[in-house]
Design a protein around this ligand. Structure first.
Ligand code: NAP
Length: 313
């Protein structure tokens, strides 16, 4: 205390802690790096399509002025630019009616030059997102939410347009050579965007995980997680999953993104659905940011290029 020389005991304890930390710290599942590799591959595919007279084109509709949505749309536009995909952004006032958006989608469905249509979520309350999803031509449904595309997934056909966040997570796990066959995977969250389609992908033949889906009415999530080989958290609650819930050497995928006040700096910071300390016990874990988020965008670009290539056939 107060500048006294540390005892040998405390030095030894500190060294032991540092050593333990070195050995048990999770391997980061680097979504940012992998997404850049995918973008490099896509850039080449886009150039090839351009030579054949096809210019992959993504149309993004943003209704209202939600600041977070503006950031997400800008990130998507920038990613399109990096890969040579044409992007068109249509910004509509928050007072726009559902019919106006549906009519615009109808026109885009007919437009031969547009290969992907995306309506940024969330939409203002007068617009029903399910109706929007159902209106998009399934061949241009680059979000992968249309019932026809989700139906294919239920049938075991993964060659269609797949929902971007779940597809990004599967790619990240595959890239890290994480074998899911027979593994106990717990998915926290059952949204139509993340949890539910992801659970289907994990249970597909060939992937062969044993999947437990948990949600706000589930009981004993902590114990379920403690017996899981893989935990995938898509809850939207900051640091919901605690380090103590994570079994030694299990894999943790953190889908959540929440903005909270960092008391030490007085500034906002991004956190996931899993306590960062879980890194100390997990074998692999996604960082937030830089994990699942960039993979979602990479899969959106992939779907746009796939859709454009199919039009060329
Ligand atoms: P959502 O539609 O709000 O779904 C949240 C899910 O979590 C629901 O199924 C809900 O259960 C469940 N849940 C809520 N409280 C719970 C609790 N106390 N215990 C257990 N389950 C609980 O959210 P989402 O769209 O799936 O997104 C989830 C998070 O991922 C958000 O932070 C979102 O921002 C983030 N996200 C990130 C990306 C990315 O690219 N990184 C993409 C999409 C989403 P019920 O069904 O019972 O209500």
């Amino acid at each position: 205390v107060g500048g006294s020389t540390p005892s040998w005991g405390s030095i030894v304890r500190l060294k032991a802690w540092a050593l333990a930390r070195m050995f048990v710290s999770a391997v980061l599942l680097d979504g940012k790096g992998l997404s850049r590799d995918i973008e490099d591959e896509l850039k080449i595919r886009v150039e090839e399509l351009n030579k054949g007279g096809i210019k992959p084109h993504l149309a993004v509709i943003l209704v209202g002025d939600d600041p977070a949505s503006q950031v997400y749309v800008r990130n998507k536009e920038n990613a399109c630019k990096r890969t040579g995909i044409k992007s068109t952004k249509i910004i509509l006032p928050s007072s726009t009616s559902e019919k106006e958006v549906l009519d615009l989608i109808g026109k885009m469905n007919e437009d031969e030059d547009i290969h992907g249509i995306l309506v940024q979520s969330p939409t203002p309350k007068q617009i029903n997102e399910l109706k929007i999803t159902n209106k998009i031509d399934p061949s241009k449904d680059v979000d992968g939410f249309h019932p026809q595309n989700l139906g294919k997934l239920v049938q075991g056909d993964t060659n269609g347009l797949l929902p971007c966040t779940p597809a990004g997570i599967m790619r990240l796990l595959k890239n890290a050579k994480i074998n899911l066959e027979g593994k106990k995977v717990t998915v926290i969250g059952r949204s139509r965007i993340v949890g539910m389609p992801l659970s289907l992908m994990l249970a597909q033949k060939g992937v062969d995980a044993t999947v437990t889906i948990t949600h706000s009415r589930s009981k004993n999530i902590e114990q379920i997680c403690q017996s899981s080989d893989v935990i995938i958290a898509a809850v939207g609650r900051p640091e919901f999953v605690k380090k103590e819930w994570v079994k030694n050497s299990s894999v943790v995928v953190d889908v959540g993104i929440s903005r909270i006040l960092d008391k030490s700096t007085g500034k906002n910071k991004l956190v996931g659905d899993v306590e960062e300390a879980a890194m100390e016990v997990a074998s692999h874990m996604t960082p937030v940011p830089g994990g699942v988020g960039p993979m979602t965008i990479a899969m959106l670009l992939t779907n746009t290029v796939v859709s454009a290539a199919k039009k060329g056939n």
